[in-house]
Design a protein. Structure first.
Length: 176
């Protein structure tokens, strides 16, 4: 191999590395990131009695599907889900309802925006929901972080139901 061929091969290799690196960098930059938004709650919702007192509805439901994302305030994305109400512990919800969860994918930010560590609901899973009526009655908005407790299986489900039945009976009404 002569000197010209060696230099040409080195140049081709360097170009391939640069182009390959650019492609990897572009792919990495295109991957959505996750942004966690901190919020101040109006009460200590880790106390399920206060959570039940704040909520319009407390119910067990199965997430049927994600139906869309919207941004009522023009800033924070919110994700809508169709949920089958299995059992209502507070309020009178039944059948299929729209549940609104603050957070979701923002195309503008190329990011998944979540409130605190509150992951988006998952299709097929059963949750204990604590919600307030929103959208002029069009949907139920989850209390961020505390209003969507995955039910799990067996004994865990029984414990969660008993805990929330007690919380509804002993609820501490929210006073703004």
């Amino acid at each position: 191999m002569n000197i010209a061929t060696k230099h040409l091969s080195s140049a081709a290799l360097a170009l391939a590395l640069v182009l390959g690196g650019t492609t990897l960098a572009q792919r990495y930059a295109a991957q959505p990131r996750t942004i966690h938004v901190d919020v101040s709650h109006v009460s200590d919702f880790s106390d399920t009695r206060k959570l039940a007192g704040f909520a319009d509805n407390v119910f067990i439901g199965r997430v049927l599907e994600k139906t869309g994302t919207h941004s009522p305030d023009g800033v924070l994305p919110e994700t809508l889900f169709k949920v089958d109400v299995i059992r209502s512990l507070k309020g009178s919800l039944s059948g299929t309802v729209a549940v609104n969860q603050q957070g979701g994918f923002s195309a503008e930010e190329n990011a998944m925006i979540l409130i605190e560590e509150d992951k988006l609901l998952e299709t097929g899973k059963v949750y204990m929901f604590a919600t307030r009526t929103g959208g002029d009655g069009a949907w139920q908005t989850l209390v961020p972080e505390f209003g969507d407790l995955h039910m799990g299986n067996g004994v865990q489900q029984v414990d969660v139901v008993q805990k929330f039945e007690k919380a509804v009976k002993e609820q501490v009404k929210y006073q703004p």
